[in-house]
Structures are given as structure tokens and as C-alpha cells.
Design a protein around this ligand. Structure first.
Ligand code: BES
Ligand code: ZN
Ligand code: ZN
Length: 497
């Protein structure tokens, strides 16, 4: 999608379709009223007669004939002006693009007069619209042999706006960077596990390391043994592809020794192991590396945006399979931190690989560690699919993440992590057990397990089990991996002080 900005008056716009955003107040700008005059008031008539209320997400397509440089106008509602957010803009734009692409429109103009009385900056508006546009028309087509059956795509998107050139264009550029990183994370997730194995994630990380100031290091099985990463090694025992521990460092602030660490669960396929998952829906466990994919893509975006920060992504990557070598319920395993763990359930493998990664993060003396993981089905029961669960040991960090979540659209909701839950993770025969029996609260007990490997640094855990992929097509986004976490990480890092 080619994206550009112009200052031209509406009368000179040349496009197949024009997008016009409206708030519930439905005030048409002078310029729009002017073109509507040329169109014999068709826009005002449609708004009135079709009862277009400009609620967020509402659209109406108006055929405007051949009098102007475009033949149709798509009115898109943004809801109440004072409630406008980046998320509403992203979705509004997404809905518009998907609606027009369905009618084979490939060249789109967006008329965007300066919005008075909204809280968002010109940059943020441009960025949100571009992210909405690019992510909405993403399609995962790698394995389709008949490309002609695919829905059409938008080739050109031109913004006609009187927002200041410099700021608006900067927002467009940054939006493109973030959106393409999000879409890349979606690719990692959508690729099936027979392609996207740990070695594939390594290749993707090495690709990101081609960006300036990014460095990639991989620990292979032997090095993991030396580092006593016995928890991830236990999970990988039944795997076909060798496990990899991916370290992707971006040194955007070489003058500082401060680090931020992002940890991402990288289970490229989770069969459950001997605690085998039911067949129904098991295919979706190819997405169990979504956290890992998100942190690799977050580094990509942060490095391309040249943000002045030192940040490292850690991805413990392995398959969780069944074989005669696979770890078994009842096994007692070690961990890099030295704690012993009784394996109650081989399907609670995510917390095991994260335990070793969270321990490894200590090496950086991080100001904060944030992990992203499709960790528990319980989180999906608790919160559904519209928000990620958040738990952690520091209110300030969680407040920052909550805000970044709201501003990026990757929203999070806090769950309690009280000490009572930790008791549920004690084992009779080892230091810890990897699953509690009964008493519910699975998303919380999982985090309580992780907490045992933290103690001395500031940490937050994001359970993205419900948000990492979607089984339903949305008006603004296709099915499959969502790339959740990438936009959130970028927003958080921008705000980091
Ligand atoms: N990857 C799954 C969690 C998951 C399930 C994510 C469904 C998205 C959708 C994780 O490894 C897992 O299986 N967790 C178990 C833990 C339990 C055995 C203690 C769960 O949540 O059921
Ligand atoms: Zn599992
Ligand atoms: Zn899993």
C-alpha cells in the first residue's frame, strides 16, 4: 500500500473512492459542504434519510456519480468527538479499508480536515490511521496456490489534510513501521509449525539483527545445558526440532547501562505433551509462540523507529510434543535458577520455558522485565478475547503498561497476584509444582509460579492467550494471528523514562 499526504482541495482529489470521517455531531466542514453542493446535497440527504448517526464503526457508501474526481464517498462514523482514541481511529480506518476493498476499490483518498477539540496529536492521528489501514488489509496467502481467488487489495491511500506536513508525515512513516512489524508478527504466528519451528524464529530474529544497533545471539542446546536451563530442556525433550534460546539486543542508548527486557513464550507447537490436549482446536496451538513473535517484532519496530533505549528480547523457543523421550507428569526437573519443579502437567510448559528466560534476564540488571505469553486457557475464561491479562509485582510498571495498552489499542486488565496463590504452587516433593490441582484461578497461579523466578526485579506478565489470534473475522481485521503486544511494547518504550 502506497501512502502519501497532499494539501489539495477536495475538488481536485482524484481517487476511486473518498473516505470521510464524521463525529456524532455530524458537522460537515465548509469544504465538504461545498462539494456536496456540486453533488446536489446527496451527502446531506443520505445522512438524513439513511439515518447515519456516525456512531463508531458505522459506515454508509454513497454513489456520487462522475461530477468529481471520485465516484463514491464512504462516510465513516467515529462516535463522540471527546471520546476519540487511537483505537477508534485504527478500527474506523480498518473498517473503511475492508469495506472498500470488498468492492474492488484500490485507490483511496481520505479527507481529513484538522479536528478541533480532540486530544490526539497530528502525529498520533496519522499513525493510528495508517496502522488501521495496513493491518486491516493484511492477508496470509503464502500457502494459497490460487492467488486469483483472494480478495482485492488497496494499492494507494492518499490523505488530503491541512494537518502540518512535517508532523503528519512523521506519523505516517512511524505508523508504517509499526504496522509492518505487527503484520510480521502475524506472519510468524500464522505460519504452521511445520514451517515456523524454533530454527525459523532464529532466522527471523537474525533478519531483524540486520537493522542498525541490533545484535542477535542464539543459545543452542549445548549452551543451554551449560547454563542449566533445565526447565526449557525438559519441555524440549520430546521435541523433533532442537530448542533455541533467542537473544535479540537493541542498543539505542549506548551511553546508558540501563536495560529493559521483553520475554516472549516461543512454543512453536503445543500438543500438551503426555498431558495431551483434545484434538478439537489443537491446530490453534501453532500460535503458542505469539509472545515470542511479538517481542522479536517489537525490537524490529523500536530499532527502526530509532528510539533511544537499550532493550533486549528473550525468546525460549521449543516444541511441546510427545515421544518416548518426552518429559512426563510426575517428573521432577531443575531450572536455571536452581529451583526444582514437579511436573504435574506437561501442558503447563509455557511457565517452564519462561522460568529459565526470566532468570536469564537478571544478567541485564533490567529496570523492568515484561513477558508476553499465550500462557493459560484460564485467562480466556476470565477475561475473554478482547483484553490481555496482566499480573506483576510493581503497581507503577503496571500503570504504565495499562496506559500504553489504552493508547496502542492492545488493552490489558489487571488480575490480582496475592501471596495466597503462591501457596497453591508449592510441591510436596520438590520446591514448586508447575500446576495447581483445583481451586481455579489458573491464570493467576501460572503468574504466581513465574513470580518465584523474579523476586528482585520489576516485572509484569501479560497473558495473551485470548488476544493473540482471532477465530472470527472482524469488520476491521481478518482472522488468525493479531500481532498483539507489538504496538503495546512500542508505546511503552516511547513513554519509558
Ligand atoms: N498454550 C496453552 C494455553 C492456551 C490455551 C492458550 C488455549 C490459548 C488458548 C498452555 O500451555 C496450556 O496448555 N496451559 C494450561 C495449563 C494447565 C495445564 C495448568 C491451561 O491453561 O489449560
Ligand atoms: Zn500447554
Ligand atoms: Zn502452551
Amino acid at each position: 500500500m502506497k501512502i502519501s499526504k497532499f494539501n489539495q482541495p477536495l475538488l481536485e482529489v482524484k481517487a476511486q473512492a473518498l473516505i470521510l470521517f464524521l463525529f456524532e455531531e455530524k458537522l460537515l466542514s465548509q469544504e465538504v459542504l461545498h462539494i456536496d453542493q456540486e453533488l446536489e446535497d446527496i451527502l446531506q440527504t443520505v445522512i438524513k434519510e439513511e439515518k447515519f448517526e456516525a456512531k463508531k464503526g458505522e459506515t454508509v457508501e454513497v454513489n456520487t456519480g462522475t461530477k468529481l474526481g471520485f465516484t463514491r464517498v464512504l462516510l465513516v462514523g467515529l462516535g463522540k468527538k471527546k471520546l476519540l482514541s487511537s483505537l477508534i481511529l485504527k478500527r474506523g480506518m480498518g473498517i473503511a479499508i475492508r469495506t472498500l476493498a470488498k468492492s474492488n476499490v484500490s485507490n483511496i483518498g481520505v479527507f481529513l480536515p484538522k479536528m478541533v477539540g480532540v486530544k490526539l496529536s497530528a502525529e498520533k492521528i496519522a499513525e493510528s490511521l495508517v496502522i488501521g489501514a495496513i493491518t486491516s488489509e493484511y492477508q496470509f496467502t503464502e500457502y494459497k496456490t490460487e492467488k486469483k481467488d483472494l480478495p482485492s487489495r488497496v494499492e494507494e491511500l492518499c490523505f488530503y489534510t491541512n494537518y502540518p506536513d512535517k508532523l503528519f508525515t512523521k506519523g505516517l512513516k512511524e505508523g508504517e513501521i509499526i504496522a509492518s512489524a505487527i503484520n510480521r508478527a502475524r506472519d510468524y504466528g500464522n505460519h504452521p509449525s511445520n514451517k515456523a519451528n524454533p530454527g525459523y524464529l532464529v532466522e527471523m530474529a537474525q533478519e531483524v539483527a540486520k537493522i542498525s544497533k541490533v545484535r542477535c545471539r542464539i543459545l543452542d542446546k549445548e549452551e543451554m545445558k551449560q547454563k542449566k536451563m533445565e526447565a526449557i530442556l525438559a519441555v524440549s525433550q520430546g521435541a523433533h526440532h532442537p530448542p533455541k534460546f533467542i537473544i535479540l539486543e537493541y542498543k539505542g542508548k549506548p551511553s546508558s547501562k540501563d536495560w529493559l527486557a521483553l520475554v516472549g513464550k516461543g512454543i512453536t507447537f503445543d500438543s500438551g505433551g503426555f498431558s495431551l490436549k483434545p484434538g478439537n482446536g489443537m491446530d490453534e496451538m501453532k500460535f503458542d509462540m505469539a509472545g515470542g513473535g511479538a517481542v522479536i517484532s517489537a525490537i524490529e519496530a523500536i530499532a527502526k523507529l530509532k528510539i533511544a533505549i537499550n532493550i533486549v528480547a528473550l525468546v525460549p523457543a521449543t516444541e511441546n510434543l510427545v515421544s518416548r523421550e518426552a518429559y512426563k507428569p510426575g517428573d521432577i526437573i531443575g531450572s536455571a535458577a536452581g529451583k526444582t519443579i514437579e511436573v504435574i502437567n506437561t501442558d503447563a510448559e509455557g511457565r517452564l520455558v519462561l522460568a529459565d528466560a526470566l532468570h536469564y534476564a537478571k544478567k541485564y540488571k533490567p529496570k523492568a522485565v515484561i513477558d508476553f505469553a499465550t500462557l493459560t486457557g484460564s485467562c480466556v475464561y476470565a477475561l475473554g478475547v478482547h483484553v490481555s491479562g496482566m499480573l506483576g509485582n510493581n503497581e507503577k510498571l503496571m500503570q504504565k503498561i495499562k496506559l500504553a495498552g489504552e493508547e496502542s489499542g492492545d488493552r490489558v486488565w489487571e488480575l490480582p497476584l496475592w501471596e495466597e496463590y503462591s501457596k497453591q504452587m508449592k510441591s510436596d516433593v520438590a520446591d514448586l509444582r508447575n500446576a495447581s490441582t483445583g481451586n481455579g484461578g489458573g491464570a493467576i497461579t501460572a503468574a504466581a509460579f513465574l513470580l518465584e523466578f523474579i523476586k528482585e526485579y520489576t516485572w509484569a506478565h501479560l497473558d495473551i492467550a485470548g488476544t493473540a489470534w482471532s477465530t472470527e473475522e472482524k469488520s476491521y481485521l481478518g482472522k488468525g494471528a493479531t500481532g498483539v503486544g507489538v504496538a503495546l511494547a512500542v508505546e511503552l518504550v516511547r513513554k519509558w523514562k
